[in-house]
Every structure is written in structure tokens, then in C-alpha cells.
Design a protein around this ligand. Sequence first.
Ligand SMILES: [Zn+2]
Length: 155
Amino acid sequence: MKCPYCKHPDSRVVDSRVSGEGFTIRRRRECPNCQVRFTTYEQVAETTVMVVKKDKSREPFDRGKIRAGIVTACFKRPISPEQIDSLIADVEADVLGQGDAEIASPAIGELVMEKLKTLDQVAYVRFASVYREFQDVSDFDAEIRPMLSAQQAAE
Ligand SMILES: [Zn+2]
């Protein structure tokens, strides 16, 4: 979203909250150019997005269901309940904001993983390991190895 002050074409989302029973998303944004912070309210059309599951059955999108998996992944990690709420709000905003009537359940998992990855890498790997139903240790290793080398490079 464009910065209303300096008109820089992009801004960074620093916080997202769902209000108004899930149909209004309040976002705090920061302009990377002039560093000013501003708030936007995004209104989502009141349609229910249906989640298409692996067995092709459908059910309405339910943020409570994704919360359970995220809370488990974040167990004993330095992540506040507010950060979890914000992450769920982001996922919900993406799901509702895509404008489609349906979303495949793996696409929701990918959204959660994408956001967890930037929040906490341990929580991300936990979630990914469950979500992708890793078959063997080499898959798990393939996820962790790039993170470890990135960490070592940073040290
Ligand atoms: Zn600006």
C-alpha cells in the first residue's frame, strides 16, 4: 500500500488485527522510505470461504482450527498471544482477501508456514513437520539445513 505522506509505492505491515467479527482487518503499516506509521482498515466482503480438504469435502474457513496447530507449534517458544493473534489475522486476511470462494487446505498451511517462518524458526519447523506429514528424516533435514547454514553465516 502506498505511503499517504511521501507517496512511496510500498509499505510494511507491522501489525494486523481482526475486528468486527472477523470482517475488518486493522493494519499498522510503516513506510520504509520516511518511516512514518499509519493505520489502514481493510473490509472483507461478507462471504464465507470454503476450505477444500484432501478428501474433497468442504467446510467453512474457521480460524479456530488453524489456531490449534499454531498454538501447538509455538509451545514454550518466546511468542506472545498477541503475535499469534496477529499471525492468524494475517492468514485470515489473505484467505478472505484472495477473492475466491474456495481455498485448498494445503494453501492455508502454506500461508501459515510462510508467516511462522519469519516469526520463529522452531515453531515453523514444528508446524511444517506436522503439516507436510514428513515421511522420513531426510525431508525434515532438508527443511532445517538451509536455516542452520543461514544462522552460521550470520554469526
Ligand atoms: Zn513515506
